[in-house]
Design a protein around this ligand. Structure first.
Ligand SMILES: Cc1cc2nc3c(=O)[nH]c(=O)nc-3n(C[C@H](O)[C@H](O)[C@H](O)COP(=O)(O)OP(=O)(O)OC[C@H]3O[C@@H](n4cnc5c(N)ncnc54)[C@H](O)[C@@H]3O)c2cc1C
Length: 367
């Protein structure tokens, strides 16, 4: 049997692509070395809120993805998306001074709240902040599993992929197309031009009776109380090279930070999660075809700034670099990628991975 597509990596990126390809009647096989949502996606607090700031390609992309994804989760997986509202608190005085400047760029339902209004929700914060009504949080693992519940899945570590007679081989399995959604690990191809690297993060789930009906994001995220459980999460440790075991002391660090904003006196740690999220060289997502960098460098004067037609690896695609917003961006971008693979519709330019190749060439050229 030849699959239409094998998706490698079953985080929120791979699960979303597999889902949208299946919606387009493709025969899909999903592969992961450790199981569904075993990487960064399983560790995520999975909060969803729009990006705050002035208009930019990344902000506008994130906001479009936010509106698409909320609608998608609510219609298809209402059990695992909790529309709690998210209060976005400025991280410092400078940030706070820009709150009203940024408001004209919001592209989602919101209300500005004073710190005394926020205290009625149970939070003690210094600055006036913004409540996004449609924001909320997903059950990370359950959402990934639901997305692919009717899709063939195999658990093995893909060591390499090969192509023969127009067919890709992944172990014993064959497919017309491959999608790489392997998160921060990128050993299957030369993808240096994308500059994918990992940022480490931690989450602690605590039992508590504290009444919290709205989620909040400052330097860390605090969820509503769902059946006696409150999630605290953050991803900030840059340039961590390797996966390390989860460490309860990190969850207690989150608890200490949270105690500046909420009453944590009855909090008891239930479980610590940790994982890596991946970001690209320019912090925007990478979606689309994979460029054959080696063949591109055979062009005689590519380093002199001449543009040549792009050469891609045949039928090889990627969805990666989702940063701190995988649960916001993945469904929107997976839908884009499915349209490219099945209908040959061009990818949303703001996420197209080609941009990174030409930036990389320019970087090499100028040292
Ligand atoms: C602590 C923490 C909190 C976070 N909080 C939020 C949040 O609140 N909101 C939000 O939107 N995002 C959040 N994120 C970010 C979000 O988790 C990431 O953006 C998301 O996980 C990226 O998904 P992914 O599918 O690209 O990568 P991953 O989830 O890392 O998936 C990659 C998968 O590929 C598999 N794999 C890799 N190589 C191979 C191979 N050779 N063979 C087979 N399988 C392979 C891995 O096992 C893994 O399962 C958080 C992340 C962390 C760590």
């Amino acid at each position: 049997m030849i699959y239409d597509t094998i998706v490698i990596g079953a985080g929120i990126a791979g699960c979303s692509v597999a889902h949208f390809l299946k919606q387009k009647n493709q025969k899909v096989l999903l592969v992961d070395k450790e199981g569904i949502a075993s990487g960064g996606s399983g560790a995520a607090g999975a909060f969803l809120s729009p990006k705050i700031g002035v208009s930019s390609p990344l902000k506008d992309l994130t906001d479009d993805a936010f509106n698409f994804t909320i609608d998608f989760y609510e219609k298809n997986f209402p059990k695992h998306y909790h529309k709690t509202g998210v209060i976005r608190v400025p991280k410092d005085e400078l940030d706070a001074s820009k709150t009203s400047k940024y408001s004209k760029f919001h592209n989602a339902k919101y209300e500005e709240l004073t710190s005394s209004q926020i205290s009625k929700y149970g939070f003690d914060v210094k600055y006036n902040s913004t409540l996004f009504f449609d924001g909320g949080t997903c059950d990370a693992k359950e959402m990934c599993a639901e997305l692919v519940k009717d899709i063939d899945f195999l658990c093995f570590d893909v060591k390499d992929i090969t192509r023969k007679d127009d067919v890709w081989m992944v172990g014993e399995k064959k497919a017309k197309n491959i999608v790489l959604s392997t998160g921060f690990e990128n050993n299957l191809f030369d993808m240096r031009y994308m500059g994918i690297k990992g940022t480490w993060g931690n989450r602690g789930d605590f039992s508590s009776q504290l009444k919290l009906d709205v989620s909040l994001h400052e330097k860390l995220s605090i969820s509503v109380n769902m059946g006696g459980v409150i999630k605290l999460g953050a991803t900030h440790e840059l340039e961590v090279a390797d996966i390390k075991p989860c460490d309860d002391s990190k969850a207690y660090e989150l608890l200490e930070k949270a105690s500046n904003m909420i009453d944590t006196s009855d909090f008891k740690l239930i479980k610590t999660y940790c994982g890596m999220r991946s970001g690209s060289r320019d912090f925007s997502p990478v979606v689309g075809k994979v460029i054959d960098a080696h063949r591109m460098f055979e062009y005689p004067s590519i380093l002199d700034g001449r543009k040549y037609p792009t050469i891609y690896h045949e039928n090889l695609y990627i969805l990666n670099g989702l940063g701190a917003r995988g649960f916001v961006l993945a469904p929107y971008l997976a839908n884009e990628l499915a349209k490219l693979i099945v209908d040959e519709k061009p990818i949303d330019k703001r996420a197209d991975s080609d941009r990174l190749f030409w930036n990389w060439v320019r970087k090499i050229r100028y040292g």
